[in-house]
Ligand binder design. Structure first.
Ligand code: MN
Length: 248
């Protein structure tokens, strides 16, 4: 099935990076491959250049800020080359909590610089930090300066409502639909803000590492959750992507 969307995956973390890009092109899966460090940007950008379906994003992952905060200047240097920004955001989980203040410094800079540049589309991590992420979006971002997609958002229903009011989109993966609380939050989201993702290779499908084309199954499950036909849901997600990239 063509026209599928994987709006957050890490193709450079698979052993067959280049082959996977070719497979996404072949299967016509609109794929956003994020990076976790600005140092990875040149190679990632080179591999997707001229591709029709695969795009790369320039990131500085919150889980790496403790060791790589100094690469923020490199991130800024590459920003003019990047339409997509990510993976960025905050991680308030037990392993990364200690760097949260530094993560906030980095994320504020990312939001401010991206808003100033204009037209950027961000894919944002918000593990155990949904309120802080939304506070920062409210403070340092302007909805008319680009777009924000909350990746694997697991905030409360109230936080989800707030994110919707701030103009955010949501990329939904299969694992979110397996958790009752997250499923409820997903059910409450407006249809026109939904995208799909795998976050591969960090998720599994039937015991193997997820690959971008697996978003077909996520779209099917999302269709059931939302009570529409599977092909209708695929069309909605495709339209949402078009809306996102054309700022409609
Ligand atoms: Mn990720």
């Amino acid at each position: 099935m063509h026209g599928l969307v994987d709006f957050h995956c890490h193709l450079d973390l698979y052993p067959d990076h280049a082959a996977l890009i070719a497979a996404c092109e072949q299967a016509q899966v609109h794929t956003l491959t994020v990076t976790t460090t600005p140092r990875a940007w040149p190679e990632n950008q080179k591999l997707v250049s001229g591709k029709k379906y695969v795009r790369a994003a320039l990131g500085l992952h919150p889980q790496l800020v403790a060791e790589r905060q100094a690469e923020l200047s490199l991130w800024e240097e590459y920003l003019p080359q990047a339409r997509y920004v990510g993976e960025v955001g905050l991680d308030g989980g037990p392993r990364y909590y200690r760097s949260l203040d530094r993560q906030k410094v980095v994320f504020e800079h990312v939001l401010r610089k991206s808003a100033a540049a204009g037209g950027k589309i961000l894919t944002v991590h918000s593990v155990r930090s949904a309120t802080a992420v939304l506070d920062m979006i409210e403070k340092f971002w302007a909805a008319d300066r680009g777009a924000i997609v909350l990746h694997w958002f697991t905030g409360t229903a109230a936080e989800a409502r707030r994110a919707v009011e701030l103009g955010c989109y949501f990329s939904i993966n299969a694992m979110m639909l397996e958790n009752d609380r997250h499923l409820k939050a997903v059910q409450s989201l407006p249809t026109n803000r939904l995208l799909t993702e795998t976050d591969g290779p960090f998720t599994k499908v039937s015991g193997r590492t997820a690959r971008p084309s697996d978003v077909g199954e996520t779209a099917n499950k999302l269709a059931i959750v939302r009570g529409v036909e599977a092909n209708v849901m695929v069309g909605i997600i495709h339209d949402n992507l078009r809306c996102l990239v054309t700022a409609c």
